[in-house]
Design a protein around this ligand. Structure first.
Ligand SMILES: Nc1ncnc2c1ncn2[C@@H]1O[C@H](COP(=O)(O)OP(=O)(O)OP(=O)(O)O)[C@@H](O)[C@H]1O
Ligand SMILES: [Mg+2]
Length: 362
């Protein structure tokens, strides 16, 4: 397996820059997910690594060897696409054997490799079937097998589960994770599904508008988002973000907006005091404390809607023009238009600079 390094990689078309100075180091055997809104450059990044499109600037290396000018077939990288189109007239065995035949491998070697791959993916009983005689999940496994059979250094996967229904996705998610652990393969995985990225990855790269916004472990990305974009993009429901000014009242530091006031203590107080004065304060729905009693570090809000989901209930709250989401236990007495108090947990709130939108940290 292999380490993949992208250094200031650029892909420019006539009128768009699809990938803008992206630098990433993907360690040997790591599972890295690439996430971001539609059009942010995820597929383009994979295509550049695979060599399917030409790089405009920067370098891509595998194990310290620059591969910019290497032909895709010489890169030893396998790509699994969202539309995995198996050959409809070939059975599973021949679908798996095809990439090896193309490489002129001997018949007995092909046979051994196909059977070994089929074992790993638990599709041995299906080897004689045609694709149309398989379920979606089985077809997906065959597609994966077609990449796996070549035993490449690096796997690139572009939303490989997005054609599957919700239940199958969960099942395949766990199979992919197991497959990665067993093979200790280097995998670069594009997904729209945050839960997939959070649960499967060693590291996540968040992209927006062709640029890399943050690269870190799922815990880093979720617990210490580098900027307002990452804060709002990762997590569902999204982090509450309120823009205000730093003010002091009776020795207490607050972030104050037109319709809210968040009291800051300890470390947050020091960070806000040292800031430019215009900040955005963020708090995940699960880190907002909701009470019927007033709170000196909190602010009042009205219940807009109540969404019970079973284990937890989401409260949509209105304060002036701002909307917030908070979670409460199902037994919390909540009625539409009730007034409640919202307190952001100071241990878990996030501060961003209002102008640069970057995280404020010591
Ligand atoms: N051949 C091309 N010529 C011109 N622009 C292109 C070309 N291919 C992609 N783009 C543009 O580059 C940007 C990034 O595209 P890309 O396919 O990488 O996005 P993505 O992150 O994979 O999006 P999605 O989540 O929708 O698949 C988009 O603005 C797209 O329109
Ligand atoms: Mg794409």
């Amino acid at each position: 397996m292999a380490q993949v390094v992208l250094k200031e990689v650029v892909k420019a078309y006539d009128d768009v820059v699809a990938v803008d100075e992206v630098s990433l180091t993907i360690g040997d055997g790591e599972f890295v997910s690439l996430v971001g809104p539609s059009g942010c450059g995820k597929t383009t990044t994979l295509n550049l690594i695979a060599g399917l499109i030409e790089i405009t600037d920067g370098t891509i290396s595998v194990d310290d060897k620059v591969i910019n000018d290497l032909d895709p077939k010489d890169r030893d990288i396998a790509m699994v696409f969202q539309n995995y189109a198996l050959y409809p007239n070939k059975n599973v065995f021949d679908n798996l054997a095809f990439p090896l035949k193309m490489r002129k491998m001997s018949k007995s070697d092909i046979d051994a490799r196909v059977r070994q791959t089929a074992e790993i993916l638990s599709i041995t009983p299906l080897l004689k079937r045609r694709p149309r005689e398989l379920s979606g999940g089985q077809q997906q496994r065959v597609a994966l097998g077609r990449a796996l059979v070549r035993n490449p250094k690096v796997f690139l996967m572009d939303e490989p589960l997005s054609n599957l229904d919700a239940k199958l996705r969960v099942q395949m998610r766990s199979e992919l994770k197991r497959f990665h652990t067993e093979l200790s393969a280097t995998v670069i995985y594009v997904t729209h599904d945050q839960l997939e990225a959070m649960t499967m990855s060693d590291k996540i790269a968040v992209m927006s508008e062709s640029r890399l916004q943050q690269f870190g472990t799922p815990d880093d990305i979720y617990g210490h988002p580098a900027n307002i974009f990452v804060a709002g993009f990762v997590g569902s429901p999204s982090m509450n973000l309120l823009r205000g000014r730093v003010s002091r009242d009776n020795g207490i530091t607050y972030v104050t907006g037109p319709d809210f006031r968040v009291g800051l203590t300890g470390r947050n107080q020091a960070l806000a005091d040292a800031s430019s004065g215009e900040v955005v304060v963020g708090c995940r729905p699960g880190d907002c404390r909701i009470t019927h009693e007033t709170s000196t570090t909190g602010f009042a809000a009205a219940i807009h809607t109540v969404e019970p989901t079973g284990d937890i209930t989401f409260l949509h709250l209105r304060t002036g023009n701002a909307m917030l989401i908070a979670t409460v236990t199902p037994d919390f007495p909540a009625r539409v238009d009730d007034q409640v108090w919202v307190t952001f947990d100071n241990e878990r709130l996030h501060l961003f600079d209002g102008a640069s939108e970057q995280r404020i940290s010591a």
